[in-house]
Design a protein around this ligand. Structure first.
Ligand code: FES
Ligand code: FES
Length: 163
């Protein structure tokens, strides 16, 4: 097909690329921009490994066309750490052994980071519900829940310290 220009702000940087109209956002990120931290685990919009933040919402980037995201702001797993410091959710996954094979982890972390933005103090039930769009074949979710609880505590400590 004929290529069309798409401009996106990804992890704070603006990129313009010519893409096929049917190019999915996930492929744009991985192949055009080389941001391969976002994973592709299915072709049925089921696994959630491709979850990114699109204009502040957690979305499965395999369900969005790059052209639909024209002008949007995207954050991927590569953009989550700030100033060389891991995001509290990344710390939590490390401390609480929230990953095994790691395949689901980028999507899980992006979903969890969004959950904590909208609900800084979620119950276990709310964490499980907030992450249900991302499938993990390895961990049984228990340590993932603990990782998110860890991150919630960390973020509360930090915002208390900043007051
Ligand atoms: Fe599986 Fe997007 S790649 S939901
Ligand atoms: Fe392997 Fe989740 S750690 S799929």
């Amino acid at each position: 097909g004929q290529k069309v220009p798409v401009t996106l702000k990804v992890n704070g940087r603006t990129y313009t690329r010519e893409v096929e109209p049917r190019t999915l956002l996930v492929h744009f990120l991985r192949e055009e921009l080389g941001l391969t931290g976002t994973h592709v685990g299915c072709d049925t919009s089921n696994c959630g490994a491709c979850t990114v933040h699109l204009n502040g919402q957690a979305v499965k980037s395999c369900t969005v066309l790059a052209v639909q995201a024209d002008g949007a702001e995207v954050v991927t797993i590569e953009g989550l750490a700030r100033d060389g410091r891991l995001h509290p959710v990344q710390e939590g996954f490390w401390e609480e052994h929230g990953l095994q094979c790691g395949f689901c982890t980028p999507g899980m972390i992006m979903a969890a980071a969004h959950l904590l933005e909208v609900n800084p103090n979620p119950t276990e039930e709310e964490i499980r519900r907030g992450l249900e769009g991302v499938l993990c074949r390895c961990t049984g979710y228990h340590n993932i829940v603990r990782a998110v609880q860890y991150a919630a505590r960390k973020m509360q400590e930090r915002s208390a310290a900043a007051d």
